[in-house]
Ligand binder design. Structure first.
Ligand SMILES: [Zn+2]
Length: 592
């Protein structure tokens, strides 16, 4: 096991803005003290994922996953704890000692780093070929013809893959990367003859970057000669087409600012739209939209606008994406591109205003698909029936069927009531789905009063700590799993530092939930609430004593009668002390 000193981990957490890190993956909106968004770890349609900046934590009320910023990175990027700490440490400017890592961990980290390093070195090489060498001239001319400014091209990291067979390979070898590393990055291929050659040659190169802006693959555009117009480097450990949205690293900020995302088909559509002021644009990388793409988008915004090419392939792609959107609970829009084959051409020939105008004319994708089917099948009663048959299963899954039903009925020219009736039948025939994550893990069973006590310690520490500190710890003897947590909270230790140490999943979930819960008691109520909770927690203990004394008395133990009377008197005194708000007396009387 690797060990990074606790103080270092705490320091990194302290200096890291959790909202910023989470915000790279999840669109967050302010709600009370927390930020909320759609959970990246389970399917949901209304946000229950909370970031609690004051406490350096996140928690999802839906799937109960929570923790600190390291846990978040581990879950979302598949990093190990050490990798997560290292990544944030670097950003926070905190040096990490590597000497205590195990050999296996070190090599895993290095391997991953190396793959990124090879790709970054290749990107730099391609860029220098484009901008500083004579052989990059045709590509520079091409960019000019496409009206792509040098600045846009540089932000996008465009480059030129030179001719010859091993120019990149030779360059990377000279930089110290092994042939195996170059091959693993997808930059070299091996012919049947055994000869190794550059994957991309004589092509304009578009680097494909992950959400953090690190190159994970390259696309190559042929400018002249034979071969496919676009060629990508192959999928690797880092690059999977179905997961990557081109341009997301550049678009994330604008998406959060505008609250919407424009989805296009090509790299140049993205670059051209970014240049025209539509920075919220992303593209799929030579594949149609997938569930994984939608998951990424959905976490950032629900307002999705499709700007597919105007050819039949583009129309089909838009139509095919509808079921995915319905399943994801997103209601996308579709925009037609008047007089242009793709969005790039539209902004180039008619200017950004033309795209703004087109965006205002957007249609719900669902309605557009229905219209498209209607146009294809004809307007007879039979074909309207057929259209309805085809879309009913999708309507049944839709999260706002009422409005949709009205629109579809009017588009098909049929009665809303008859659509509703058929929808009801479709629903009844569909299998119910039930997925409830997080309910199988065992551990301490949360207890309302104990949860409230934890909440008070986490959120109103200054007001309640002295009361809880003076309460007899035996009051919590039924909740042994929580006792150490309360003890640590009482020392004033931040909750984010306590959570990673917890081994009981029940306690971990309860504490995370408590942290995420925004308002429970205000400052004035908090003291009284703490006291009331302690009194309630003491109640079952006292009931047990009554029962025990009752058994003793029944067994003829006369001393128990006096004990019972003393217990009853204590309870009366407790009532009086509570009413008189005599704190010390209450706490003394609460001793079990
Ligand atoms: Zn969740």
């Amino acid at each position: 096991m690797a060990r990074i000193p606790r103080e270092v981990v705490d320091a990194v957490r302290d200096r890291t803005e959790i909202a910023e890190v989470v915000g790279r993956h999840v669109g967050l909106k302010k709600r009370g003290h927390n930020l909320v968004g759609l959970c990246p770890f389970h399917q949901e349609k209304t946000p229950s994922f909370n970031v609690i900046p004051d406490k350096d934590m996140f928690f999802c009320f839906g799937c109960q996953l929570g923790g600190d910023v390291f846990k978040f990175l581990m879950q979302i990027e598949g990093l190990s704890f050490v990798e997560a700490v290292k990544e944030l440490a670097e950003a926070a400017g905190i040096p990490i000692e590597e000497r205590e890592l195990s050999a296996a961990e070190l090599s895993a980290i290095r391997e991953r780093a190396t793959l990124f390093d090879v790709l970054a070195a290749a990107g730099a090489f391609f860029e220098s070929c484009l901008w500083t060498r004579a052989e990059g001239k045709p590509a520079r001319d091409y960019l000019e013809r496409r009206a792509l400014q040098a600045e846009t091209a540089r932000v996008g990291g465009l480059g030129w893959a030179p001719g010859g067979w091993t120019r990149l390979i030779d360059h990377l070898h000279a930089e110290g990367f092994s042939p195996a590393q170059v091959a693993e990055a997808g930059l070299a291929r091996t012919a049947e003859s055994g000869r190794v050659y550059d994957t991309l040659r004589e092509r304009l190169v578009i680097p494909i970057r992950d959400a953090r802006g690190q190159i994970i693959a390259f696309g190559g555009r042929l400018l002249e000669g034979d071969g496919p117009k676009y060629l990508n480097t192959p999928e690797t450990r880092l690059y999977q087409k179905k997961k990557v949205l081109y341009g997301l690293d550049m678009a994330r900020g604008p998406i959060q600012k505008t609250g919407r995302v424009l989805v296009v088909e090509g790299y140049f559509d993205v670059l051209s739209l970014h240049q025209a002021g539509f920075g919220e644009t992303v593209a799929t990388c030579g594949t149609s939209l997938t569930t994984e793409h939608l998951e990424r988008i959905r976490r950032l915004t629900q307002d999705v606008v499709l700007l597919m090419d105007a050819d039949e392939a583009g129309l089909k792609a838009a139509e095919r994406s509808l079921p995915l959107f319905v399943a994801a609970g997103v209601q996308p829009w579709r925009v037609s591109l008047p007089g242009a084959k793709d969005p790039d051409e539209l902004v180039r020939t008619a200017g950004p205003e033309a795209l703004t105008a087109a965006l205002e004319e957007r249609d719900p994708l669902f309605d557009w698909v229905v219209q498209r089917k209607l146009d294809a099948f004809g307007a007879s009663t039979m074909s309207r029936d057929r259209v309805l048959d085809e879309v009913l299963p999708l309507m049944a899954e839709h999260n706002d069927p009422a409005d949709l039903t009205r629109r579809i009925a009017s588009r098909l020219g049929v009665h809303e009531a008859s659509v509703l009736e058929r929808l009801r039948k479709t629903r009844a025939g569909a299998k119910p789905t039930s997925k409830r994550p997080g309910s199988t893990q065992a551990g301490w069973r949360p207890h309302r009063d104990v949860n409230h006590l934890l909440w008070l310690l986490v959120h109103r520490y200054d007001v309640v700590a002295d009361i809880i500190a003076r309460a007899d710890p035996r009051l919590l003897s039924d909740h042994a799993a929580v006792q150490p947590v309360i003890a640590r909270l009482l020392t004033g230790e931040p909750v984010a530092g306590i959570l990673p140490d917890l081994t009981d999943p029940g306690v971990q979930r309860a504490l995370s939930a408590v942290v995420a819960r925004d308002r429970l008691y205000n400052g004035a109520e908090a003291r009284q609430a703490a006291l009331d909770i302690l009194v309630r927690i003491a109640r079952p203990l006292r009931a047990a004593r009554h029962a025990e004394l009752g058994r003793s008395i029944a067994a003829g133990n006369t001393k128990a009668i006096a004990d019972k009377q003393r217990l009853l008197k204590e309870e009366r005194d407790l009532e009086i002390a509570l009413r008189a708000k005599k704190l010390d007396l209450v706490l003394t009387l609460l001793q079990p």
